[in-house]
Design a protein around this ligand. Structure first.
Ligand code: GLA
Length: 392
């Protein structure tokens, strides 16, 4: 992939790149919408990624090209304006550049940027964060900036919050940065701590992309974010010391006096977040004991909670999860990522194969005759983002 990225860069910009980088997509293993609520989350970097090539310029222009084709998008870095429509992908690398400048790391001149991807976008596998991380790592190597991994993750998250305008948490950027083959990344978002948890070799991941994406995806995500903040405010009237929604244990949550400010919606969102956080902790413990069947049950419980209480599932995802959970070789399945469309992931034993995946798709087609057919792939865990100067 890196070589096709270099070839693209050379043919479009008529020069060789100085730096290449890549960053992986991710599976959200468990911890749905816990990250921006100060909770814990487990994710895995996968072997699908975005590769980028970068080269310096002497002026104040940045030029961006992707494997979608078309003319490069040209940006005057002295007056960077948010792009829309077909050019909106440029907001991710541009947002990262602006955050670097804001953090005192101003390259002083422009750059050329090309990228290629084998990560489906809009599938909930975090192609946005991969693009941010590939840019951030690449620009750091290009300009000899040194930035600790934790700072890099936070900078990419700010790029998405501030310039792209999505109030996401730390999950996607954290996993794309800290991912490691055969490991999950465990993030404690309240303390910004990243750990790696070994995944037993016999676990396999299968991604079923529903190929459906809600047209109001970003505004629904922002709405859930707001509802969680409001639920926290109500809880703080009784427990003023609570800083984050995910900090409330399910036991304390059950004892709450439901006062006038706590609507059914707030109750449902808060119930999901508090119980989901407890599930993440339980899964870390169960993985260390190798109890994969119990882990699978919690994945399913997570999906049901997303569907019923957080209401970010879709009929397509519910159908996929229901079909998958009936399979002997499947430990558990759930929607992965923000929801409102995108993909379901299944954690399986090695006995689950392409024929089983095809059978699930046929059953799905019978149950959902008007829905697009899902795209399926087997994902392996992979390493986190990396950049290097190209040897000449
Ligand atoms: C998206 C966001 C993440 C996280 C998940 C839901 O992937 O980018 O920060 O909130 O949704 O868990």
């Amino acid at each position: 992939m890196l070589s096709s990225c270099e070839r693209q860069f050379e043919s479009v910009f008529q020069k060789v790149p100085m730096v290449t980088s890549f960053a992986p997509g991710r599976i959200e293993f468990i911890g749905n919408h816990t990250d921006y609520n100060g909770g814990e989350v487990l994710g895995a970097a996968i072997d699908r990624r975005i590769a980028a090539a970068l080269g310096p310029r002497r002026d104040h222009t940045a030029r961006f090209v992707s494997d979608e084709g078309g003319d490069p998008v040209v940006v005057d870095l002295r007056n960077p304006v948010r792009r829309s429509g077909r050019e909106s992908w440029v907001n991710y690398p541009l947002g990262v550049y602006l955050e670097l400048v804001g953090a005192g790391m101003d390259p002083g001149t422009g750059f050329d940027f090309g990228c290629v991807s084998d990560l489906p976008s809009g599938a909930g596998l975090s192609s946005s964060a991969a693009l941010e991380l590939a840019t951030a790592r690449g620009l750091c190597v290009l300009n000899d900036f040194t930035l600790a991994d934790e700072a890099l993750v936070l900078l990419c998250q700010r790029a998405e919050n501030n310039f792209v305008g999505v109030p996401c948490g730390l999950l996607d950027q954290g996993v794309s940065c800290f991912g490691q083959a055969d490991h999950l990344v465990h993030i404690d978002c309240a303390t910004v701590r990243f750990d790696r948890v070994a995944v037993p070799g016999q676990i396999h991941f299968w991604i079923f992309n529903s190929n459906q994406k809600h047209s109001l995806l970003d505004s629904l995500y922002a709405e859930r974010h707001r509802e969680c903040r409001e639920a926290l405010e109500v809880i703080r009237r009784q427990y003023p010391d609570v800083e984050h929604l995910a900090q409330v244990s399910p036991a304390v949550f059950r004892e709450l006096r439901v006062d006038a400010g706590f609507t059914e919606t707030h109750y449902a969102r808060a119930r999901h977040v508090t119980e989901e956080n407890a599930r993440v902790r339980a899964v870390v413990d169960l993985l260390s004991k190798g109890d994969l069947a119990a882990v699978g049950d919690l994945l399913l419980a997570s999906h049901n909670s997303s569907s019923v209480f957080f209401q970010n599932s879709t009929p397509a995802l519910d159908t996929l999860v229901q079909l998958l959970s009936g399979e002997k070789a499947v430990y558990g399945a759930r929607l992965t990522g923000g929801g409102f469309g995108g993909a379901a992931m299944a954690m399986t034993s090695p006995d689950f194969g392409p024929d089983d995946a095809e059978r699930i798709v046929s059953l799905y087609a019978e149950q959902m005759p008007h829905a697009p057919l899902p795209t399926v792939f087997h994902a392996r865990t992979g390493d986190g983002a990396h950049a290097a100067r190209r040897s000449t």
